[in-house]
Design a protein around this ligand. Structure first.
Ligand SMILES: O=C(O)CCC(=O)C(=O)O
Length: 273
């Protein structure tokens, strides 16, 4: 879709081990430096379709709505990295933006993704694709290295409805081992991968630069979503085969629709394709 980085590769053994031990890998090259402008245009085009009063951080399911977003998530070089973690057969079930305008107070509190996701077994990899260069100053994602080893559900979350919070489930600071905090500084076009039990969050953007990541959520085909808790859970095969067929299947978008809330069925977008 966009120009691929000339140093594209697969995960090496050290990175696979690091993912197991630390719960993340960062600075994986995907798109070339020249593709940064294409990524910016992509973000600007999709975000400009939203009504003025809708915060893009409160929307989700872009992979079910937009063919362009879906195609980005099918970049073979991204799926290769995911396959190196999850094995040959996996589905996508989430796709969204985490955006912070320059000098904006928006915060993602410390959390484990598995807190939000009723998946059995809990097993998901997030791809976080940097649309703009991201670093500590503009609110890069931060993680607590190795925290995933305690497992999903092992940190207590409380609800915090602060208006600057992008997500409302928070792990209090006294549960954070500050010595283990690592910032996911990335160049535009690079990705990080993180485990669904890893503690992570992000601080306000204190720079005059934009910060935006595109997240893509993938799980192996043996993971089943609890539809009682999460009726909107639908999967799209991303690689391999789905012999188990445990989950409803989302349509592949045939055109461009725009989600204006967090949860939708793929059928909700059909009329706009
Ligand atoms: O981009 C961020 O600041 C947070 C992203 C996040 O929470 C996630 O990908 O699960």
């Amino acid at each position: 879709m966009f120009k691929i980085h000339k140093e594209i590769r697969r995960l090496n053994d050290k990175e696979k081990k690091q993912y197991q031990e630390c719960g993340y890998v960062k600075n994986l090259p995907v798109f070339s430096h020249e593709a940064a402008k294409d990524l910016h245009d992509f973000f600007e085009e999709l975000s400009s379709r939203l009504p003025k009063d809708i915060d893009i951080n409160k929307t989700n399911m872009w992979h079910k709505a937009s063919k362009k977003f879906y195609n980005l998530c099918r970049t073979p070089e991204i799926l290769d990295y995911v396959e190196d973690i999850l094995g040959p057969n996996f589905v996508q079930w989430g796709g969204q933006f985490f955006h912070k305008e320059p000098n904006s107070g928006s915060i993602v509190p410390w959390h484990q993704d598995a807190q939000y996701w009723p998946l059995n077994p809990a097993n998901a990899v997030t791809v976080w694709l940097a649309v703009y260069d991201t670093d500590i100053e503009n609110g890069a994602m931060k993680v607590v290295s190795g925290s995933h080893k305690k497992g999903a559900g092992s940190f207590s979350h409380h609800t915090n409805d602060s208006k600057d919070y992008v997500l409302d489930q928070e792990v209090s600071n006294d549960q954070i081992d500050e010595k283990k905090i690592v910032y996911m500084d990335l160049k535009a076009g690079e990705i990080s991968l993180h485990n669904d039990a890893l503690l992570h969050g992000s601080d306000p953007n204190k720079s005059d630069r934009r910060r935006c990541g595109i997240t893509m959520r993938f799980s192996p085909t043996n993971v089943k979503g609890d539809l009682k808790q999460w009726p909107f859970f639908e999967t799209q095969l991303a690689r391999g085969v789905d012999d188990l067929k445990l989950n409803p299947v989302a349509l592949e978008p045939r055109g461009e629709a725009t989600p204006i809330k967090r949860f939708c069925y793929s059928h909700d977008f059909e009329k706009d394709w």
